[in-house]
Ligand binder design. Structure first.
Ligand code: SAM
Length: 281
């Protein structure tokens, strides 16, 4: 299990007994020695023999937004379970990695989950990558983690944190993120979507939502109706070439609102934040 040489922890602050810190029993094997350069970081430390599951965050657009640790883990696991093998393949190719991938899709979730568990029972080290960002947030990663905890409670599950659309959108809002509600993708059924929004109409919590290009307009219209005095931030294609952030003000006239909506490109991926009320901004 050991990776040999003592390692220099990259974290600062209190010692390793702090709750939430890396524990010496497992992730210590996954720490790095004082690195000279990026290649060093990726090649020296070795993950221990499996079975283990690594939940690996990948970029939400810009390929530079990946951690050195994520690249090293992706290089060293036996198999990468990918929600989108094409997207993960682009990342692997960009960094010269050739680890084999196995498709893991929500449409074949039962079958793919069984395959993943059988790989783990064989003792493999697996990484899971969602189509973008941090797995387990509005993607099949959470079910995989739960199934592994239920059926293989002794096998470790490691988070390899990194980008997430949720955090990226909040980080540029300028709004205090607490308290806030993460709604993920609301129901595609307008009635259910409105029910979710109406239930929160009197609350001051920020609400963060994911939405696809097909439903963004309907969602924004519902938000305006249900939250007429709230700011709305729409972040589109964050970290990509056509990145765009549009703030809809509650002071917009109907015309201004329609113009802002019209100007918002109907392509790509959207993260919406229902922000503070006019008076508390
Ligand atoms: N687990 C991922 C995460 O933590 O970022 C999110 C996965 S979810 C299936 C994908 C949704 O995240 C997209 O439909 C969109 O709402 C949001 N998203 C992903 N990439 C984005 C980006 N570059 N800009 C804005 N929103 C994005």
């Amino acid at each position: 299990m050991s990776e040999g040489q003592p390692v220099q922890s990259l974290k600062s602050g209190p010692g390793p007994s702090e709750p939430g810190d890396e524990q010496p029993s497992a992730p210590a094997q996954d720490q790095q020695r004082n690195p000279q350069n990026a290649a060093d970081l990726r090649t020296r430390a070795q993950i221990p023999p499996g079975p283990a599951l690594y939940i690996v965050a990948t970029p939400i657009g810009n390929l530079e937004d990946v951690t050195l640790r994520a690249l090293r883990i992706l290089e060293q696991v036996d198999t990468i379970l990918s929600e989108d093998t094409r997207k993960t393949g682009i990342l692997l190719k960009h960094y010269g990695l050739s680890t084999r991938q196995k498709s893991y899709r929500v449409h074949n979730e039962d079958r793919d989950l069984e395959t993943a568990l059988s790989f783990l029972r064989e003792g493999r080290n697996l990484a899971f990558c969602s189509d973008a960002g941090t797995p387990g947030i509005s993607d099949p990663g959470s079910r995989l983690v739960r199934a592994m905890r239920d059926t293989m409670p002794d096998a470790p599950i490691f988070t390899i944190p990194g980008p997430s659309a949720l955090v990226a959108a909040l980080s540029i809002s300028g709004w205090q993120a607490h308290p806030s509600v993460f709604g993920g993708f609301l129901s595609p059924k307008p009635g259910r979507r409105r029910k979710f929004l109406n239930a929160r109409a009197d609350s001051d919590d920020l609400i963060v939502l994911y939405e696809s290009v097909h439903r963004i307009e309907g969602l924004l219209r519902d938000i305006r109706t249900i939250f007429p005095d709230r700011f709305i931030q729409v972040a589109r294609e964050l970290t990509k070439i056509y990145e765009e952030v549009v703030i809809f003000s509650p002071d917009f006239s109907d015309l201004q609102w329609e113009e802002a909506l019209k100007a918002l490109s109907r392509k790509g991926e959207f993260t919406v934040i229902i922000g503070p009320r006019r008076e508390s901004f």
